[in-house]
Design a protein around this ligand. Structure first.
Ligand code: PLP
Length: 417
């Protein structure tokens, strides 16, 4: 840690739900390093898969001559993704997966309009940035961004007992319907949505939102793309968050926890969408040098099997209930905390203004630093940075979850005084 306890922490090593810095300080990791380390950091099964692969094939030619590791990964993936999403394009990170999904959607529909949502985060490369709503990411590059994207409001579930959720759901779906039938804008080929907005502030929509989008897409042959890069592989209590509503998208982007620590992502699609890609005339129209990297694929295949063995979705559902209960108990009646919300082990704590009227993002930033000094790693999120994001490794023990919540409560108490 820097001598004054300020950002950043220089990481030396990590194991399970703990991180050690170069000065030997230990932290509980409530970030899972951006949601990647679902089974904990440096799980022995993943380290072994990487070492084993490195000794036989370090680099290959993924899109021309597939490696055994790539085939194993695709077999493992198809065993857990909902049918019929049986075709995949691999990438190195989440943005790659979103780019490939948007390209596939265009090839399939030949319509260039896209619906995305305010607060949505889909990555920062070209097409993906075009669908990410936050101005701070977009404005410096605005001349390069497509104007084919319409951003509509993302409805949010509330704790209120009135019919607010139903109204917000109906309003959101009716805006989508209106855009789909708009004759003056480019026809919509794709709706791109996070089933739960993660970096946008852990925003859970009312039940029925995803189902409503699915029905609207079906009526007009627009494709539904679910960005499950943060929510995928069990974090919300199902393998994929779209399964909470029994919805199967036409395309699904996954990354992060796919390998638990190696850069790899995938765009899954139905056979109909996959068939829209033209046959390669010799050089593929969508590829990259490291596509299907053998070490990443070996770790990915091993990680999926590990998540199945550890029943990660079930653990996330149970751990998430405990986490939510502890957080709600710790902050009930607290003037500093506006709301605790989320699903499974994807949880947000939204802050109010500070004691002297400082905006919530300042209180959140002070909380993050105060928590770090006490041995807890957390991150800010939300369009205005007003939310503390809590996404621990899903294997975090109950004792560590409880201890982390205690540290967070102390950090918030310090941040508001
Ligand atoms: C929902 C979602 N989509 C896309 C991305 C982009 O992924 P990457 O940073 O790996 O490009 C992220 C990253 O946080 C994300 O949360």
């Amino acid at each position: 840690m820097a001598p004054d306890g300020s950002f950043p922490v220089f990481w030396e090593s990590a194991y399970g739900s703990n991180v050690w810095d170069v000065d030997g300080n230990r932290y509980i990791d409530f970030t899972a390093a951006f949601g990647v380390a679902a089974c904990g950091h440096r799980h022995p099964a993943l380290v072994e898969a990487a070492c084993h692969q490195i000794h036989s094939l370090l680099h290959g030619m993924g899109d021309v001559h597939p490696s055994r590791a790539k085939v194993d990964l695709l077999d493992a993936l198809t065993a857990v993704v909902p049918r019929p999403l049986g075709h995949a394009i691999l990438g190195q990170n989440g943005s790659d997966a979103v780019e490939a999904a948007l390209k596939a959607a265009y090839l399939h529909t030949k319509r260039s309009g896209i619906i995305a949502f305010v607060g949505g985060y889909h990555g920062l490369s070209g097409f993906a940035l075009g669908c990410t709503s936050a101005g701070k990411f977009r404005e410096p590059f605005s001349p390069y961004l497509t104007d084919n994207v319409t951003f509509l409001s993302f409805p949010r579930r509330t704790c209120a007992r009135d019919n607010h959720d139903e109204m917000s759901l109906n309003r959101a779906l009716s805006a989508v319907r209106q855009r789909l039938s708009d004759k003056y804008l480019p026809p919509v080929g794709a709706i791109l949505v996070e089933p739960i907005q993660a970096r946008g502030g852990i925003v859970v929509p009312p039940d029925g939102f995803l189902r409503g989008l699915r029905e609207l897409c079906d009526g007009v042959r627009t494709v539904l793309i679910c960005d499950e890069i943060f929510t995928g592989f069990g974090r919300t209590g199902e393998w994929f968050a779209c399964q909470h509503e029994g919805v199967i998208p036409d395309l699904m982007a996954v990354g992060k926890a796919l390998t638990g620590g190696f850069p790899l992502s995938a765009t899954l699609m139905t056979p109909e969408v996959a068939a829209s890609w033209p046959k390669s005339p010799g050089e593929a129209i969508h590829t990259s040098t490291f596509l299907g990297h053998p070490v990443a694929c070996a770790v990915g295949a091993s990680s999926i099997k590990l998540m199945q063995t550890l029943a990660i979705p079930l653990r996330a559902a149970r751990g998430g209930d405990r986490l939510m209960q502890r957080l709600r108990r710790a902050f009930s009646g607290s003037p500093a905390v506006n709301e605790v919300r989320g699903r499974g082990m994807l949880v947000g704590v939204t802050m109010t203004n500070g004691r002297y009227g400082e905006p919530p993002f300042q209180v959140v930033n002070r909380t993050v630093t105060a928590a770090m000094r006490r041995g807890l790693l957390i991150l800010p999120c939300g369009a205005n940075g007003d939310t503390v994001s809590i996404t621990p490794p899903i294997t975090t023990s109950e004792a560590q979850l409880d201890h982390g919540v205690e540290i967070l409560a102390d950090a918030i108490a310090e941040a508001v005084t």
